[in-house]
Design a protein around this ligand. Sequence first.
Ligand SMILES: Cc1cc2nc3c(=O)[nH]c(=O)nc-3n(C[C@H](O)[C@H](O)[C@H](O)COP(=O)(O)OP(=O)(O)OC[C@H]3O[C@@H](n4cnc5c(N)ncnc54)[C@H](O)[C@@H]3O)c2cc1C
Length: 437
Amino acid sequence: MSQHKNVVIIGGGVAGLYAAKTLSDNQVSNFIILEASSRLGGRVCSDSERGIELGAEYVHGEETILWDILVNQLNVELEFNHDMTKLTPKECGLGLVVELDEILEKLINDEELKFAKDMTLKEWLIWREIPEKYHLLVDSTIAQENATCIDVYSAKGAQEDLIAEFNSEFGDGNYFLKGKNTLENLIIPYLVKSIQQEQIRLDYAVDSIDYTSNQIKINGGDIICDKIILTVPLTTLQHNLIQFTPDLSPIKKHLIQNQFNMNGGTKIILNYKKPFWREQFPNVNVVCVGDDDPLISQFWFSSTSEEQSEKFGHVITGFSMSNRANYGIVMGEEKVKDHFRKMIQNICGLTSENDGFIGGMVRNWQDVEHISGAYASVNTSEESRQNYIGNPRLALSQPIESKIYFAGELFCTHSPATIHGAMETGRDAALRVIAEM
Ligand SMILES: Cc1cc2nc3c(=O)[nH]c(=O)nc-3n(C[C@H](O)[C@H](O)[C@H](O)COP(=O)(O)OP(=O)(O)OC[C@H]3O[C@@H](n4cnc5c(N)ncnc54)[C@H](O)[C@@H]3O)c2cc1C
């Protein structure tokens, strides 16, 4: 016999969990979270034994709900992220990072672009006669921040993303957890504590939603509900893994297929006997490469506890996103680790004989079932050039007939690709559902 629920939340990442917490906090208890994989957390995913983050790692901004949970409610100490981009190119010796802000400001203030047909960021750089030596710098920056590349990132989308980010009041510092704390160990239990075990179903992939009548049927009527909060990643929608009856509107289909991309993203984790970098870079955590490395756009010196460093080694994490991640897939894991290790040797003046390398691992998010990518970015396609829909994230997130509500990083306009942005969309979707119940 079918179960009836007031609300079904599809996806157990931070957006879905925050939606569930909001329902619980507002005395709505007849809901269930349906999660396709065997764990909660989605792209918040840690190897807690080693104290490392395989997915999200940084807390972006001091005024966010994530900051509030970690700092004000869980009393966790965060470490400010000293970024190499704050240093002059001479000091860091790695790239042309200081001019980046000027280029991005030019993009934000480009009024003509708002009325032009959409183009790729590369085409915009050429149109605005930005010297070619800066193109790679912009490319590696958007690779890490937006998981895309200048050849496909929509210039209009990039402009809208930057303006929204600029106008948001979440603070702009970046922080990470110290010692053996991990995001998954802290945030997921915090979100789950107001949810009952029977309100969560793991290993349950939704493959059909029939919203023809007021009683919405999930997976052929296995579960019946009044409202849905859908928090799946873009890839689930792009690959048509959920059949909608009636079909999604032509605008939603256009946005899903032509306006967004969810590229690959890879973290490369290298372990060393000693943290040799501390002498060379005493006040720096993150290094933005900003040059033409085909694989890595950014790397950082991860924080683990003394005990973990002793047992597993000190950690450097490399970030390889979008076309760089695709290049890594062609290379294969061993060569990827080797390439990154040699990069560190070159920067720190070491060799394979004296770098104290112990081993490493690679997490490629394209290979993670039910997620299949890093995060969604606004894409330029032939169709989107003809028909660019302004603020596509907002357009895509419009609810369907007060029955299906959307949440998750894809749908966040001011802070896409972040934990706090995803949580906020989950909270807002739940509040709308409650208001309309
Ligand atoms: C490598 C990497 C680094 C990142 N770094 C940072 C960072 O430093 N700071 C930061 O703030 N953010 C970062 N992010 C982004 C952040 O992790 C995401 O924005 C956020 O976790 C997304 O949460 P979500 O709930 O929207 O989606 P997800 O976490 O993807 O959750 C969606 C869930 O839906 C499930 N699902 C999919 N299909 C179905 C189906 N058919 N039926 C049921 N369930 C389904 C999935 O299994 C998944 O659990 C990073 C992400 C990656 C990949």
